[in-house]
Design a protein around this ligand. Sequence first.
Ligand code: PXL
Length: 274
Amino acid sequence: MKRILTIQDISCVGQCSLTVALPIISAFGIETAVIPTAVLSTHTAFQGFTFHDLTEELPKILKHWEKENIRFDGFYTGYIGSVKQIEYIKDIMSHTAHPNAIKVVDPCMADHGKLYAGFAEDFPKHMLELCKEADVIVPNLTELCFLLDVPYKEYKKEELEDLVKQMGKKIDASVVLTGVSFHSDELGALTYDRKNDKLSYYFTKRVPVFFHGTGDCFASAFFGSVVKGFTYEKAAEVACEFTYRAIANTEADAKQHWYGVHFEEALGYLTSLK
Ligand code: PXL
């Protein structure tokens, strides 16, 4: 059985980051180890959340793992608790990777044109450094714009394709842009496979409600698919289908359950993949 490491926060309530990554990646039959970057009472879209930074735990954890000779087949990073963690994460990856371990970075820091609460204006330039370590990154449009330092606005199809290629070139990695839509009734992802210099799209029906945490569901299902051996194109398809199912499951409960999606009933889709 493959063993991977995912590094992101624990938001105790909120259905995002580790509380979704752990069950979703496990559903692929992959052993999922974690490093929490911070503990929050809820994710940052709630008012008045608590935040306990775990930055200085990271080097201690690595020191112990080195003694135990612990290695991983893949890494998936999400919400980072501090700029300093980026150097620590690079260290952890370089000391604990099996040869050919796959590295997925979700530059989780922004949405709808704005950085998440708590991130300084210069955070994207630090996140860019972590992206350079990745084989593939999974930004939304806001994150892509911050990483490329271009305005956040609606882009035409050809412009978007040019932006993901620019991004891939800048970090020498593949790029899966999430939340892509050219018609009001569809939503999907644009994948730029850098090695094959190939673009591909996958769309599902759009559920006309916004929920938090869908990027984390997407990234977790994408990562699980890649570790399982699927191409980036196929992995993006699986992630779109899974996220669509999770969102559709939540639509009727949107008022009460605004903070995340009911992904649990969609896990069966992942366990049945061949
Ligand atoms: O879903 C992304 C995410 C992860 N972790 C924390 C967040 C968010 C989005 O708001 O606040 C703490």
